[in-house]
Design a binder for this molecule. Structure first.
Ligand code: ATP
Ligand code: MG
Length: 391
């Protein structure tokens, strides 16, 4: 009997402390969640996990899904055999391509009942490979090819070679919940991805200025959030009607401060919605100096509108190019590229202030005397969209 299995390794650092079992449970739950709809078995051994007994035609699909689980470090496609010396020889030989190379066999033996130790088994399997492959040479220190044999208890062994990188990070759910300010641009979806990778569960909030922004613009944000669910799991998306507030800003505030004030109100509303949904942080896609509203002074004035929650800006030190590259990798690029108008581009002043003063911003904002009412109306008008990962 010789079957393929998928071996999963988790990042080791965060699993070492006292909280190991908590992290591990989350990670296993997230893996099992991802495997929904695929008939397979999940096996846990000492330091790794195996996915077994699945239809081999589904290998690529399982690998694709596992690469979206934060907390997994790498994976390998392995061969599972009964622990029998002949079978181990054969399985190892399958991983030795027909080209000249240097190699070693590395054996890890949990089954102490065998009559040979790890080194002896390694030497025997190595001798078998040497006999069947021309131009092979053993190199224990810097081999080009390393075939690994993991001999488990209960009479089974796993044979594999090399590994593929997974998404790294921490299991989603271990770092609390964050409210992502999600626009239709390139940045904010990447920001959400980054924080989910540090273990945050994600809620998202989007400001929509219907009819000045189109139904398509909103749909684009829903679709972006849906892509994020592939990594972050379920996402609650709050769509806030923002038109009345934008009218008020336009009508009452200095043109060059419009964006500054809009940002302050956005983040204020985000904090209120975050708190009533148990989110412990706000997340934005801001990157220092990228546009006028993201200079140090602008960020300071925006930040002042937040009362308690920390604002995470995971892209703050990233270049646009790096952000776009990540967008490409996580699959949001093509959607973000669609040219629908965002509320920031409606009623836009030509020359927004680059170094706003907090004093002026507050004074201008105070000119909207019914702001509290407008904010409660906006919050009452929120449409909540529950998004789940599609399998
Ligand atoms: P993005 O690519 O995320 O749109 P951007 O470079 O266009 O970013 P801004 O438009 O200045 O930058 O927005 C900065 C941040 O403010 C965004 O990353 C996002 O977190 C938030 N934001 C902007 N517009 C909206 C919106 N309509 N709804 C929710 N959040 C928004
Ligand atoms: Mg934007």
């Amino acid at each position: 009997m010789k079957t393929k299995v998928i071996l999963l390794r988790y990042g080791e650092i965060f699993l070492k402390g006292r909280n190991k079992s908590y992290f591990e449970k989350l990670l296993i739950d997230n893996i099992k969640d991802k495997l929904q709809g695929i008939d397979c078995e999940f096996v846990r051994t000492q330091n790794r996990y195996y996915i077994e007994n699945y239809d081999e035609k589904l290998t690529d699909e399982i690998v694709r899904r596992m690469k979206q689980v934060f907390g997994l470090h790498s994976l390998s496609i392995a061969t599972k055999v009964k622990t029998d010396y002949d079978l181990l020889n054969e399985a190892a030989l399958d991983y030795a391509p027909d080209v000249n190379t240097t190699f070693r066999i590395t054996v890890n033996r949990a089954d102490k009942s065998l009559d040979k130790n790890s080194a002896e088994i390694g030497a025997d399997v190595g001798a078998y490979v040497l006999k069947h492959r021309k131009g092979y040479k053993v190199d224990l220190h810097r081999p080009k090819l390393e075939i690994k044999i993991d001999i488990r208890e209960k009479g089974y062994s796993y044979v594999f070679c090399g590994s593929e990188e997974c998404a790294q990070g921490m299991p989603v759910g271990c770092s609390g919940k964050g409210m992502l300010l999600l626009s239709g641009g390139f940045d904010s979806p990447v920001a959400g991805y980054r924080m989910a990778r540090r273990g945050m569960q994600i809620c998202a909030i989007h400001y929509h200025s219907f009819p000045y922004t189109s139904e398509q613009a909103k749909q684009k944000v829903v679709d972006l959030a849906r892509i994020l669910t592939q990594y972050a799991g379920n996402i609650k998306l709050f769509v806030v009607p923002f038109t009345q507030i934008q009218f008020a800003i336009h009508e009452k505030c200095r043109a060059d401060y419009m964006i500054t004030i809009m940002r302050r109100i956005m983040i204020d509303i985000a904090e209120r919605v975050a708190e009533s949904n148990n989110c412990g942080a706000l997340i934005t896609g801001e990157s220092l100096g990228q546009v006028a509203s993201q200079t140090l002074q602008s960020l300071t004035v925006t930040n002042d509108a937040v009362e308690k929650l920390p604002v995470f800006r995971p892209l703050i030190g990233m270049d646009k190019y790096e952000i776009m590259k990540t967008a490409e990798e996580i699959g949001t690029y093509k959607l973000s590229e669609l040219p629908y108008q965002d509320c920031c581009t409606v009623f836009l002043p030509k020359n927004p202030v680059i170094k706003p003063s907090l004093e002026i911003a507050k004074k201008e904002q105070d000119k909207i005397d019914d702001l509290e009412t407008l904010i409660s109306d906006a919050i009452n008008g929120i449409e909540v969209i529950d998004l789940k990962p599609e399998r």
